[in-house]
Design a binder for this molecule. Structure first.
Ligand code: 13P
Ligand code: SF4
Length: 308
C-alpha cells in the first residue's frame, strides 16, 4: 500500500497535479492529499489552484464544481461512478417544472447537485455557508431551496424563513437514527451530541451542536468536552482523532444493520484508482461550455458571499 502511495505522490509531482480530498475519503487518501476540506473549502481551493491537473478525491458533483470554477485545468476523478444520492434525487427536467410553479421565487441550491441544477439556480450554498447565503437576501425574498429537505428545513428554522423545499435527501445522513442517538446519550451521559444538518429533524433536535463538516471538526477541537456522539459520515473521525487524540468519538449508527454511515460513493475511491487516473489522465470531467458558463454564475455568487 505504501508503494502505491509513493507512486501516486511521484506521479502527481511529475504531472504538476494536486490531490484534493473530502473528509469522507478513507484515511490513506486523506493523508496523501495536498488539501483536504469540506465542500466549501474544496471549491474555494479548486477555484484558485494553478496546478495543471486537479485530482478530486470526492464525488462527481465536486469534480464538476472544480471544472466549472477553474475550466482551464484538467479535472480528474478516481471513479466516474462516484455519484451522490442527494444530487440524483433532483433530476433537471423535474426541477425545471417545479421551479416554473414559483416564478417569483429565486433558487438557492446546495452544492450537492448536478451542473444542470446549478444552471437553474441563482446562488449555490454549502452546509458551511447556507445560513449566511440565505440571510444575504431580504426577509421577504421568496426562495426555493434545493435539493436537501433536511438542510432546507434546518435553515428555515435558524433564519425564520419559509423557503419552499425540494424533497431530496442524502441516503447516508437521512437514515441516522435519533432513537440510537438517544440510547447512546443515556449510556454516555458525559458525551456531547453533534450532527450534520443533512440529518433528519429528530436527530438535529437532540444535537447540542449542528454544523458542516468543518464546523464539526472545529467544534470538537475547541470544545472542553472529552467525548462526542457524532451524527455524520464515518470519514470525519480520522481528522477528529488526529486533532484531538485524547478525546473519544462515537458514531451514531442508522437503523439498518449495515455500514450505512459510510457513503458508498465516496468510498468507491481507492489509492490504486487515484494512481490510474493520474497515469491515464481519465476519468476526466468534461462539460459543455454552455453549461459551464451558466453554472459558474451562481457558484461565483456563493464564493463572493462567503467569508473565507
Ligand atoms: P459538507 O462537506 O458541506 O459538510 O457536506 C457533506 C457532504 O455530504 C458532502 O457530500
Ligand atoms: Fe452525497 Fe450523502 Fe454521499 Fe455526501 S454523504 S456524497 S450527500 S450521498
Amino acid at each position: 500500500m505504501d508503494a502505491m502511495r509513493d507512486k501516486v505522490l511521484k506521479l502527481a509531482k511529475e504531472k504538476n497535479a494536486i490531490i484534493l480530498a473530502h473528509y469522507y475519503q478513507t484515511p490513506d487518501i486523506q493523508d496523501i492529499a495536498d488539501f483536504k476540506g469540506d465542500s466549501l473549502a474544496l471549491a474555494q481551493y479548486a477555484a484558485e489552484t494553478k496546478a495543471d491537473i486537479i485530482l478530486f478525491a470526492g464525488v462527481h458533483f465536486m469534480g464538476e464544481t472544480a471544472k466549472i470554477l477553474n475550466p482551464t485545468r484538467k479535472v480528474l476523478i478516481p471513479d466516474m461512478n462516484a455519484g451522490c444520492s442527494l444530487a440524483e434525487s433532483c433530476p433537471g427536467e423535474d426541477f425545471a417544472k417545479f421551479k416554473a410553479k414559483y416564478p417569483d421565487h429565486i433558487v438557492i441550491s446546495y452544492i450537492n447537485c448536478s451542473a444542470e441544477i446549478k444552471t437553474l439556480s441563482d446562488v449555490i450554498c454549502t452546509s458551511g455557508n447556507a445560513v449566511q447565503i440565505v440571510e444575504s437576501y431580504p426577509k421577504d425574498q421568496k426562495i426555493i431551496f434545493a435539493p436537501d429537505k433536511n438542510l432546507g428545513r434546518y435553515v428555515n428554522e435558524v433564519t425564520g424563513r419559509e423557503m419552499i423545499l425540494w424533497d431530496g435527501s442524502c441516503e447516508v445522513h437521512d437514515i441516522l437514527s435519533a432513537e440510537k442517538m438517544m440510547q447512546m446519550k443515556i449510556e454516555n451521559p458525559d458525551a456531547t451530541l453533534i450532527a450534520h444538518p443533512e440529518c433528519p429533524q429528530p436527530v438535529l433536535i437532540l444535537a447540542d451542536f449542528v454544523g458542516s463538516t468543518t464546523a464539526m471538526l472545529n467544534y470538537t477541537k475547541n470544545s472542553d468536552s472529552k467525548k462526542f456522539i457524532v451524527a455524520t459520515e464515518t470519514g470525519i473521525l480520522h481528522q477528529m482523532k488526529k486533532d484531538s487524540p485524547e478525546k473519544e468519538f462515537l458514531i451514531v449508527p442508522s437503523d439498518e444493520s449495515c455500514s450505512c454511515n459510510d457513503c458508498a460513493y465516496m468510498k468507491l475511491n481507492t489509492m490504486e484508482k487515484i494512481y490510474l487516473a493520474l497515469k491515464n489522465e481519465k476519468p476526466e470531467i468534461i462539460l459543455p461550455n454552455g453549461i459551464m458558463e451558466k453554472a459558474k454564475l451562481p457558484l461565483m455568487r456563493m464564493l463572493e458571499l462567503s467569508i473565507k
